[in-house]
Design a protein around this ligand. Structure first.
Ligand SMILES: *[C@@H]1O[C@H](CO)[C@@H](O)[C@H](O)[C@H]1NC(C)=O
Ligand SMILES: *[C@@H]1O[C@H](CO)[C@@H](O)[C@H](O)[C@H]1NC(C)=O
Ligand SMILES: *[C@@H]1O[C@H](CO)[C@@H](O)[C@H](O)[C@H]1NC(C)=O
Length: 795
């Protein structure tokens, strides 16, 4: 109003109009000429025009012909006046000639040409699900460019479960809505939803606008994690490899984000479980971390906790049943053992007790026990897992002295496991074997004249028993050989069984004897066996031939008469010799060493017969002396010589020098008594020989029989048997000297070694001595002559 007053000092009358906005161009507002009382015709003359006056633009013009005020441009009230309650255009009508100015006031009225509008198409609301009922959420206000009734009048909310709308007015009159929570939200039920909010103005027709309310329900940690199972039951074989997945637990949390992020953990577990199992905190996967042994623990119960980000948690139980695997071999325990066991144990004797154990369970624990086949033992099942080891047969330590008994235990798992144990069992000895000699009998050959103490033979006996039960001692069974205790002939080394001679043997005395050797072990009671040892004494050439005829010393007056008429080849005499040895050692040969007339007589090499080699001639010397050597065939050979005196004569009276002759080579110191005795014997012999010669001449074919039972042999010991000396013209086995032997008539034929003890070793039973004889014996040995002939005449 102040503006109008100041600017319109020269105005003449005013026109006022009221029009709605948005009229078409050319629309008549009013007849201004008429309203102002102006002449229509003068308008153009007076150059009537509309001036903007106070406004910048006027939007209207004048029709000069009709005087109508018309709309010249689009009039938008909202653009001109905005939210002002009244809106008017102030224009002036200017007339010239004379100048006239009329004020025109045009009121612009609002029409409902604008819809209410929200600033955004979408209203985003984030509401936590934990919001309580009645909670309010103010919404943006909608705007309408129109004013008054045409402005925002009401809001309507799309029907929904959770919200209602409350309307409010601002202090400035603006209207806005508020969402009121009528029912609590559940994000887990509906995470978001959209609501359409419609706003309406009061115009006619009414205009509306809409906006989408996008409600996002924000999570609140209102859910606990939930396990898929309350109890997880799994079975796991023992000895499963490390890192084996045992089970995967899972818990779901309906919340989102951190509120729904579940982590797993063991709840209140023992340190042992912690060592064996590992839990992946995020995945809930439980893996094996240590070695599971059924025999230690057969099941595990673990509580598992699931926890979300803000600490809500729940629990589940995990039961792990460990299944048995046949991983333990049976064990064998030797509870008792009778070691050593006597070889005399009867079959069925209990030797030991064995116990088997297997730590596994079920079939894996069932154990069968056995031992190897080739031993005389068996296992007898006893109570529970006990077995007795008993013998099944006789034991013989000498065959098998110890046994390695292998006990094998096998369980029934699959695959089965087995173990074995070796029991060493020895068999103790019982003296059940007697010593056994290597041979059934022994023969020993000893050469006579052996040195005492030489070993004769060695016997051996074996006893397979143990130690003293098998230690053999040898001894000679006391017996007598020809009345003399055998111990004076032989001795035996008790340990070695070597038999020694105690004395020197004489083949000529006895040729063999037998002795029993006993082998005895040292057991108690001892066992023994015996064997016969035959000792054969072999001959040695230790006897020189002994001349029986003629008397060897030649100190007799023995002279053969040779008839002068003897022809060549006629038997003149015979040298008779014997040898106490046997065999070759007694095989005698005769030889003439020296003769008065070589060539007149020969001697049979083996017969000893002296024969004329040629006819005796008248010219031949009457006295013929021959020296004959008799030699045996031993190695070395021994020989003896003798002299044979021959007298070629038909008549004894023709021999005047007989006496001289008889003393020719006499070096003896014998008394005349002895000489006479010798002569007597010689004569006796001579007569005999002549007789023999005569008989031989007559019966030449049977010369051997001539001597039977008819020869007296002075002073010699002869072995009882002369069988070996059988030969041409010599003596026969049946030749019996004893007939002519007196108690004293013998020579010291024995050659005792220096150590010989007369008391302990009597020579022979047949040689009983009187003290006198012993003296004589001494004399002869002193002489050193091997054959001293001590002759006592048989009276
Ligand atoms: C028994 O075993 C031991 C040692 O293992 C061995 O020396 C012995 O010869 C064995 N005996 C038998 C009879 O096999
Ligand atoms: C010998 O045998 C007897 C039984 O005959 C026995 O008692 C003893 O122990 C045995 N000796 C040895 C050394 O074996
Ligand atoms: C010698 O052995 C035999 C059987 O071998 C026996 O009959 C005899 O009695 C034994 N003699 C002695 C003296 O032991």
């Amino acid at each position: 109003m102040v503006f109008f007053l100041l600017f319109l000092p020269a105005s003449f009358g005013d026109a006022s109009y009221s029009i709605p906005e948005e009229m078409k161009r050319g629309s008549v507002i009013g007849n201004i000429a008429k309203d102002l009382g102006l002449d229509e015709q003068s308008l153009s003359v007076r150059k009537a025009r509309i001036d903007a006056g106070g406004s910048r633009r006027c939007y209207c013009d004048i029709n000069l012909n009709s005087g109508d005020l018309i709309v010249s441009d689009r009039i938008d009230r909202e653009a001109l006046c905005g939210q002002k309650a009244s809106c008017a255009l102030k224009c002036e009508l200017v007339l010239e000639n004379p100048l006239e100015i009329h004020r025109i006031l045009i009121h612009i009225n609002d029409i409902n040409d604008n819809s209410p509008q929200f600033d955004n198409d979408v209203i985003k609301l984030e509401i936590t699900e934990s919001a309580d009922k009645g909670f309010r959420f103010p919404l943006d206000e909608a705007h309408d460019a129109d004013i008054g009734l045409n402005a925002v009048q009401s809001y309507t909310l799309q029907r929904n479960d959770n919200f209602v709308l409350a309307l409010h007015s601002n202090a400035d009159g603006g209207k806005y809505g508020e969402l009121v929570l009528e029912k609590e939200l559940d994000r887990e039920d509906k995470q978001e939803f959209t609501l359409l909010l419609t706003v309406a103005d009061g115009g006619t027709p009414m205009k509306t606008g809409t906006v989408v309310i996008h409600v996002i329900v924000l999570d609140a940690n209102d859910n606990i994690p939930l396990f898929s199972q309350a109890v997880y039951e799994v079975s796991l074989p023992e000895n499963s490899p490390l890192d084996t997945v045992v089970v995967s637990v899972s818990a779901a949390d309906a919340d989102e984000g951190a509120n729904g992020a579940v982590t797993y953990d063991f709840a209140r577990v023992s340190g042992e479980v912690d060592k064996l199992f590992s839990l992946n905190r995020k995945e809930g996967e439980i893996r094996l971390k240590g070695l599971i042994d059924f025999e230690e623990e057969s099941n595990y119960e673990i509580r598992i906790q699931a926890k979300d980000g803000s600490g809500l948690s729940s629990y589940a139980k995990l039961i792990i049943e460990i299944t048995d695997v046949n991983d333990n071999a049976p064990e064998i325990f030797l509870k008792s053992l009778k070691n050593p066991i006597s070889e005399s144990a009867i079959p069925g004797t209990e030797v030991g007790i064995i116990n088997v154990q297997d730590k596994d369970s079920g079939a894996n624990q069932q154990v069968r026990c056995s031992i190897q086949q080739n031993v005389p033992f068996k296992l007898v099942p006893s109570i529970k897992n006990y077995y007795s080891l008993v013998t099944t047969g006789e034991l013989d330590r000498e065959l098998v002295s110890d046994y390695n008994i292998t006990i094998t235990a096998v369980d029934e798992g699959s695959p089965p496991l087995s173990s074995s144990k070796t029991v060493q069992l020895s068999v103790s000895d019982v003296n059940d074997n007697s010593p056994a000699f290597d041979q059934q009998s022994y023969s020993a050959y000893v050469t006579e004249n052996n040195k005492p103490g030489t070993s004769v033979i060695s016997v051996r006996s074996r006893d397979p028993d143990w130690r003293q039960n098998g230690t053999v001692f040898y001894s000679l069974l006391s017996s007598e050989v020809s009345g003399v205790p055998v111990s004076s002939f032989l001795s035996i080394n008790g340990d070695t069984g070597v038999i020694h001679s105690v004395r020197s043997f004489d083949y000529e005395q006895f040729r063999s004897f037998k002795v029993q050797v006993v082998a005895r072990d040292n057991g108690s009671p001892p066992l023994s066996s015996n064997v016969t040892v035959s000792v054969f004494i072999t001959d040695e050439n230790d006897n020189s031939p002994q001349i029986l005829y003629p008397a060897p010393l030649g100190n007799s007056m023995m002279t053969e008469m040779v008839p002068k008429a003897a022809h060549a080849g006629s038997l003149v005499s015979k040298v008779i010799a014997v040898d106490a040895d046997s065999g070759q050692n007694a095989w005698l040969s005769y030889q003439i060493l020296k003769s008065t007339d070589p060539g007149l007589f020969t001697i049979g090499l083996h017969s000893g017969e002296i024969r004329a080699q040629r006819d005796i001639a008248e010219s031949d010397t009457m006295k013929q002396n021959l020296v004959v050597s008799v030699k045996d065939n031993g190695q070395p050979s021994l020989s003896t010589t003798c002299a044979v005196y021959l007298l070629i004569s038909d008549n004894l009276a023709e021999v005047p020098e007989l006496k001289d002759m008889s003393y020719e080579e006499n070096s003896s110191k014998l008394t005349s008594y002895l000489i006479i005795a010798l002569v007597s014997v010689s004569t006796f012999f001579l007569t005999f020989i002549i007789l023999i010669v005569v008989v031989k001449f007559c019966r030449r074919r049977k010369p051997r029989l001539l001597f039977d039972g008819a020869v007296a042999i002075p002073g010699a010991y002869f072995p009882p048997n002369y069988a070996d000396v059988d030969g041409a013209g010599t003596l026969r086995s049946s030749y019996n000297y004893d007939t002519y032997l007196t108690t004293g008539s013998r020579t010291s034929d024995f050659k005792f070694v220096r150590s010989f003890n007369d008391g302990t070793l009597p020579a022979d039973q047949t040689l009983k001595r009187s003290p006198q004889e012993t003296r004589e014996l001494g004399e002869t040995t002193e002489n050193g002559s091997k054959f001293s002939t001590l002759v006592k005449l048989p009276l």
